[in-house]
Design a protein around this ligand. Structure first.
Ligand code: 13P
Ligand code: SF4
Length: 324
């Protein structure tokens, strides 16, 4: 018998397929406290698809991929936004909500892609390729966004690149996303050398082994994976697109070549689908926990701030993307 408070108790049903009863008491106290603090502070929690199920299904108000979080951040009616995700996502939410308090529970929740390029690098690329538009993945700092013409996410990268009407564009910083998009467009893409430390580790051989070991398995890959992985997969798309694919096609067996929590979160909604789980953890996403979300709300930390001269230009690049 699991002892739990009434609010958390009513939430356990949502996650019982992925959180064993023995683990639940460790979460229920924080969940109740977070729900109360959200009411007290008129706060909402935005959670990325890579957050663990007790965050994603039990305390988040808005969930989704980077694009959905950016879009929905614009419509939030609250005084405080807690971003359960990584720092660039919190910055994007702040860019779109300059008058709201945006909190990130752990300032160290970074991203290998965001760390792979600086504002100075972008300025040098502009000098080297005069007149070539610069498309920056949202997985970058606000300072990098401020130097670019437009942002994109994995969900809209092709549409953004083609919206520019240019024969050549620079796509920063994810080399594999750039190459995966280049394979689907006539536009010439100049790439950078950044990689996602989670997705770069998947190989085409992994997929072949999975197909041998699990007959009939459907393989979905994130476009931050190397092109040879995307080529071997049945479908490639953003985290939201992979989740939609499972909902629409209901494959008997599926493997998501992406961050581990994604399978848990999607599995909760599709009990009839068998999830095969070789996956890689994102150490940055996993810095966010119920305990630090609770203390973020309680102690108003860590407040995300962006220098106004940077914010003005970075906001433009994000708004241009949202208009595509
Ligand atoms: P999307 O959710 O936009 O597909 O991005 C995945 C990702 O790696 C975010 O860190
Ligand atoms: Fe960055 Fe990759 Fe982690 Fe996403 S999964 S936050 S791209 S390191």
């Amino acid at each position: 018998m699991v002892a739990m408070s009434s609010t958390a108790a009513s939430l356990y049903d949502r996650v019982r397929r992925v959180i064993p009863p023995i683990e639940w008491p460790a979460f229920s106290d924080d969940i109740d406290a977070i729900l109360a603090l959200k009411r007290e502070r008129n706060a909402v929690i935005l959670a990325h698809n890579y957050q663990t199920p007790e965050i994603f299904h039990c305390v988040a108000d808005i969930v989704g991929d980077s694009l959905a979080l950016a879009r929905k951040a614009m419509t939030v009616d609250a005084d405080v936004i807690v971003l359960a995700g990584v720092h660039f996502m919190a910055e994007t939410a702040k860019l779109l909500n300059p008058d709201k308090t945006v909190l990130i529970p752990d300032m160290e929740a970074g991203c290998s892609l965001a760390d792979s390029v600086t504002a100075e690098d972008v300025r040098l690329m502009r000098q080297r390729y005069p007149g070539v538009p610069i498309v920056t993945y949202v997985n970058t700092s606000a300072a990098v966004k401020a130097e670019s013409d437009i942002c994109c996410t994995s969900g809209n990268a092709l549409a953004v690149v083609e919206s520019l009407g240019a024969p050549r564009v620079i796509m920063l910083p994810d080399e594999y996303l750039a190459k995966n998009i280049a394979a689907r467009t006539e536009v010439e893409i100049i790439a950078w050398k950044g990689h996602c430390e989670v997705h770069e580790r998947f190989t085409a051989a992994d997929i072949r082994e999975l197909r041998e070991a699990h007959s009939g398995v459907t393989v979905l890959a994130h476009p931050e994976c190397p092109p040879e992985v995307v080529a071997e997969a049945d479908f490639a798309g953003s985290t939201a697109a992979m989740s939609d694919y499972v909902g629409r096609h209901k494959p008997a067996r599926v493997v998501l070549m992406t961050e581990c929590s994604m399978s848990d979160n999607v599995a909760v909604e599709h009990p009839e689908v068998e999830f095969i789980r070789p996956c890689n953890l994102c150490p940055h996403m996993k810095r966010i926990t119920l305990a630090n979300i609770r203390s973020a709300l309680k102690h108003n930390r860590h407040v995300v701030t962006i220098d106004e001269s940077v914010a003005l230009r970075a906001r433009l690049a994000v708004e241009r993307m949202l208009a595509v």
